[in-house]
Design a protein around this ligand. Structure first.
Ligand code: SAH
Length: 376
């Protein structure tokens, strides 16, 4: 079983080109300062923000409130195109779309837009690859390439918001209502940039995209110090913890970073977060046939969660290339759910989207590196 050195605070990606600075890496005073360094009045930073976050455009031709001579240089310096769509795959009648993005250094990442009645969720990547090496997750198999910049994360949400605003997604015009950090990467291993991205995503227009902070979910393997740090931010985002096993013996195998921060410490940090944020923590549990789906593990899980602010999300394991594991039988899944429910633990089975396009949880591997194509 591939086991990485426990990563986290000390994790450092291999040397890779750093993406150029972008408006969305900066807070509003930073943007004004950047405009001034370009010889422009500071308020040009606010104007560009309104175009990017409010009107969802980075095309200088749209910026009629900026003097024509200044538009090109400002856009070139502060709105570089960080990601180019290489491939778009859709399923669920176009209500689920996975985009493969190519960054300027040639790294690939993926994002997934999922439209449901009354909400649209963008699932975004926080790193190119991932260093956590969970053996059931496709992203974990390739290792970490590099951290994404805040602006590269925000660009994935902006692209979804733009497609919805232009009516390009089946179901008519719409808005992104939820953002989940459940794409490629371990968000808390890229803490500073992910937090900056969360601020851009949730700051009101024109400083940011104006998405509710409560509608943002950060999903983690359980990097305990980073969970503690997040609890101190005063940001009521939802925390999801990828638990997948109630016992250290199995979790050491499924989530190798458990060897550094075992179940009890992860859950302590989660309860600290729940108290600080005043919200339930999501406990993610991928049900893997004959691996973690036994009745005794359901009871052990219930024992760990009883009396705490938790909600369990059961995820039928999605197939990944080369994996010997498969999803639990439906009957076993129902029994696992019922055992938790009987003990008073709020539990749901996740409606898995995007399996046909390898866009479901754990399937993002940035594999299809062909030219730009569109398959629906
Ligand atoms: N690194 C973060 C976020 C990315 S994964 C984390 O681990 O939480 C988002 C969720 O999908 C996690 O709960 C992850 O464990 C789960 N997942 C990964 N591979 C999966 C698979 N093959 N089937 C189902 N869920 C999977």
């Amino acid at each position: 079983m591939p086991v990485s050195h426990p990563a986290g605070a000390g994790q450092r990606p291999r040397a890779a080109a750093r993406p150029p600075l972008h408006l969305a890496d900066l807070d509003p005073p930073g943007r004004r300062g950047a405009a001034e360094r370009l010889g422009q009045p500071g308020f040009r930073g606010d104007q560009l923000s309104r175009h990017y976050f409010g009107r969802l455009t980075d095309d200088p031709g749209d910026m009629t409130d900026v003097p024509a001579a200044a538009r090109g240089p400002l856009a070139e310096a502060l709105l570089p195109r960080l990601l180019t769509a290489q491939q778009e795959l859709s399923c669920d009648d176009g209500q689920t779309r996975k985009t493969l993005w190519r960054a300027l250094d040639g790294s690939y990442v993926e994002s997934v837009l999922m439209r449901y009645p009354g909400r649209v969720t963008m699932c975004v990547s926080s790193q190119a690859g991932c260093g956590m090496a969970c053996p059931f997750c496709a992203t974990g198999q390739a290792g970490l390439t590099r951290n994404l910049s805040a602006a590269e994360i925000v660009a994935q949400v902006v692209a979804g918001a733009r497609a919805l605003a232009r009516g390009e997604v089946a179901g008519g015009r719409g808005r992104v209502s939820n953002v989940v950090f459940m794409g490629m990467g371990e968000p808390l291993a890229n803490y500073t940039r992910v937090l900056a991205a969360v601020r851009r995503i949730t700051d009101p227009v024109p400083d940011g995209l104006g998405i509710s902070r409560r509608a943002v979910t950060i999903s983690t393997v359980g990097l305990v110090p980073a969970i503690g740090r997040l609890a101190g931010e005063g940001l009521p985002v939802r925390l999801a913890v990828s638990l997948h096993a109630p016992d250290d013996a199995l979790r050491d195998q499924l989530v190798p970073v458990n060897r550094r921060w075992p179940v009890a410490e992860v859950l302590d940090a989660a309860w600290g977060y729940a108290a600080a944020a005043g919200r339930r923590v999501s406990i993610e549990y991928a049900l893997i046939r004959d691996v973690n789906d036994q009745a005794w593990r359901a009871e052990a899980l219930a024992g760990l969660l009883e009396g705490h602010l938790a909600h369990v999300n059961l995820i039928p394991l999605n197939p990944t290339p080369g994996s010997r594991w498969t999803a639990s039988e439906p009957g076993v899944m129902r029994e696992f759910e019922e055992r938790l429910a009987r003990r008073g633990i709020p539990v749901t089975i996740r409606d898995t989207r995007g399996r046909q396009i390898d866009g479901a949880c754990g399937q993002l591997a940035a594999a299809g590196r062909g030219g730009p194509v569109h398959i629906s």
